[in-house]
Design a protein around this ligand. Structure first.
Ligand code: GAL
Length: 410
């Protein structure tokens, strides 16, 4: 064969392999805030670089809105190629119904068991010994984010723990600052409550209540203390009328509010606004009381598809999401920690470094999504929306209702 024919044969082979490979994959997620969009763009960029195309299926309105849409598309026979869920039990029924792709062969070939830490992240993807998802980050909900400027304006030092923060509320209010920013999406008040449980009653109590469903403990004095603090948080956030979590974060960024109890995805918003951890804002893991990291976060699942080329591309995407470069690029923008310990995080900011230290010490707990079924958590979320919006419900009333939910939770 002469050189020209060889060239032609090579060119057509190349064309064949790219056309067999290059497919569009629709990926659904609920990452629509500034920081989230910047982070998800890193996945898209890396996937597009393989010659395939990331078709972005962002669903606005956070997880509570997105998940029912995702689930009904998958059960209704119109699956996307990949979708976000939180680590844990949200996709359990879809996996049991055989609608999610088994990724065990990829996970084994890529050595995920040796790479992913803590191992509970991969356990949350595992059902009957098979791996069904790619954990992409460690997000912890256990954080308080504070505006340094707001405290300066109120003439009080930036607090170092929950009690100091609560004590600063009158001075903040006198300076026209809302002490606590709280969005009204149902999961946000529930998040604040479980962060208070871990900080004020401790990780063991949290594990027993959310994990073992210990209703007696939920009704007892340790939780009564937490409900009193939740009552205080309700008063501190009474004038915070925003809906979305990132609108509440924005109130802290602009100094209209002094603080927000929120997961570390809030960091993505501070970063997009050009604010610097330690200088413009302060972060207190475990509300400065019980420094602990929750090792929940986000995972991607791949619905079973009948299309061979798309199935192959799903595998490429799964591997890519776990690759060291993509793990670093994505997590730096997202405000989360990578799921692998062997990556270079020199660029991590002060708050991420605090998170990494806590992780290294092993002060970790699982997220409510890993411990409780989605149905039970919906009941908990509903209770806290009602509590935060109805001052006439006393802390004691709410505690009783919470203990009843725990008693029948699974
Ligand atoms: C969580 C998710 C985070 C963040 C947050 C707010 O469920 O784990 O990645 O996006 O929702 O949208």
């Amino acid at each position: 064969m002469n050189t020209f024919k060889l060239f032609l044969a090579g060119a057509s082979l190349l064309a064949l392999s790219t056309s067999a490979k290059a497919v569009d994959l629709e990926v659904t997620h609920w990452w629509t805030s500034g920081g989230e969009a910047a982070a998800v763009a890193e996945f898209a960029k890396a996937f597009d670089a393989t010659g395939n195309k990331w078709v972005d299926g962002a669903i606005a309105g956070s997880g509570g809105t997105a998940r029912p849409i995702m689930i009904s598309r998958i059960t209704g026979g119109d699956p996307m190629a990949a979708t976000q869920f939180n680590h844990g039990r949200q996709a359990e029924e879809l996996v049991e119904a055989g609608l999610m792709r088994d990724l065990t062969d990829i996970a084994t070939a890529e050595g995920w068991k040796d790479i992913v830490r803590p191992s509970s992240l991969l356990d949350s993807c595992t059902l009957d010994g098979k791996i069904y998802c790619v954990p992409v980050n460690i997000h912890s909900q256990q954080w308080l984010w504070l505006s340094n400027a707001a405290f300066e304006k109120a003439g009080v030092p930036v607090p170092t723990n929950w009690d100091e923060y609560a004590a600063a509320a009158p001075a903040l209010e006198a300076a026209g600052i809302i002490p606590l920013a709280m969005g009204q999406q149902s999961w946000q008040t529930s998040l604040a409550f479980q962060v208070l449980v871990v900080a004020l009653a401790g990780s063991d109590v949290y594990n027993k209540v959310y994990g073992d469903k210990d209703a007696e403990l939920a009704a007892g004095p340790e939780l009564a203390k937490v409900f009193e603090a939740a009552d205080k948080a309700r008063a501190m956030s009474a004038n915070s009328k925003v809906q979305d979590w990132n609108q509440a974060t924005n109130m802290v960024i602009t100094g209209q509010a002094a603080g927000q109890i929120m997961g570390d995805w809030a960091q993505g918003e501070f970063a997009v606004a050009g604010q610097v951890a330690g200088t413009d804002y302060t972060c207190l893991p475990g509300l400065g009381v019980n420094e602990v990291i929750q090792t929940g976060g986000d995972a991607f699942y791949f619905p079973v598809l009948k299309d061979e080329a798309k199935t192959a591309a799903q595998g490429e995407l799964a591997k890519l999401m776990m690759s060291p470069e993509v793990q670093v690029a994505f997590n730096l923008k997202k405000g989360s920690l990578p799921v692998r310990g062997d990556v270079n995080l020199e660029a991590a900011n002060d708050c991420m470094k605090k998170g990494l230290d806590i992780l290294a010490k092993g002060n970790i707990i699982q997220s409510p999504d890993q411990l409780m079924s989605a149905d039970s958590l919906t009941q908990v979320n509903d209770l806290f929306v009602e509590f935060f919006n109805t001052p006439s419900i006393t802390a004691a009333d709410a505690q009783k209702r919470f203990a009843d939910i725990v008693a029948s939770a699974d």
